[in-house]
Design a protein around this ligand. Structure first.
Ligand SMILES: Nc1ncnc2c1ncn2[C@@H]1O[C@H](COP(=O)(O)OP(=O)(O)O)[C@@H](O)[C@H]1O
Ligand SMILES: [Mg+2]
Length: 212
């Protein structure tokens, strides 16, 4: 079993987008996949329900509170567990489950406000005594990039200076919102345009694979 938490203190940075697309990738690869939604807004849970009618790639959605018992209701045989978390999540909530995690992905959008908040979040996490003991690998997912803009380029440089590796550069695409709304992911489609966005995920998927 492999368990990945998607977390940030910031809202709107792409946690649910990363969580749902990652879960879909695993489910479509025939892994028994569970998506635990710790956000009371339940966007991930709703996505799982919308997805339930599809022929392939169903993801079991569970809701939980981010805390020591968040992973206690996992069904036997779960192979991939993705945990989506709410905005405002702090270092101590993550430290409380860190012994059950294989890795943490922190999405960040190219904005100074988001970068400042993420820097504080990562510093608090790295400094938390329980978290330090467990040494869970943390990586940054640069999200909503518009690579042709100076804003994206400059903020990407700052993301790279945050400490954890930047393991993916996901471009901005209206497709993500469209697909989320119908319980789908970019891994459910195979047009040329979608395939180029799937390639953005390759280094992220490789990083997770190496966590074994
Ligand atoms: N790479 C992307 N390109 C375009 N829109 C995106 C991208 N990632 C996220 N979004 C959109 O940004 C909004 C916030 O994303 P979401 O995943 O819900 O963030 P969070 O869960 O961190 O609050 C949503 O409307 C989502 O569809
Ligand atoms: Mg969310």
């Amino acid at each position: 079993m492999r368990t990945i938490l998607i977390a940030s203190s910031k809202g709107g940075c792409g946690k649910t987008t990363v969580a749902t697309n990652l879960a879909a990738f695993y489910a479509l690869a025939d892994k028994r996949t569970v998506l635990i939604d710790c956000d009371p807004q339940e966007s991930s849970l709703n996505w799982c329900e919308r997805r339930a009618g599809l022929e392939r790639g169903a993801v079991l959605g569970l809701s939980a509170r981010l805390g020591p018992k968040a992973l206690s209701k996992l069904p036997k045989g779960a192979e991939r567990v993705v945990v989506d978390s709410p905005a405002g999540t702090g270092a101590s909530e993550i430290a409380a489950i860190s012994d059950q995690l294989d890795g943490i992905l922190v999405p960040v959008v190219p904005s100074v406000i988001d970068l400042d908040a993420t820097e504080r979040f990562l510093t608090a996490l790295a400094g938390h005594a329980d978290f330090k003991r467990r040494k869970v690998p943390v990586a940054i997912v640069a999200n909503r990039l518009k690579p042709w803009t100076n804003l994206s380029r400059n903020n990407l440089d700052r993301m790279r200076a945050l400490g954890p590796p930047v393991i993916a550069e996901l471009r901005d695409s209206g497709g993500y919102a469209l697909m989320a709304g119908i319980g789908r992911s970019i891994f459910d489609y195979h047009s040329e345009q979608v395939l180029s966005h799937q390639e953005d995920w390759t280094p992220l998927l490789k990083w997770i694979k190496k966590l074994d």
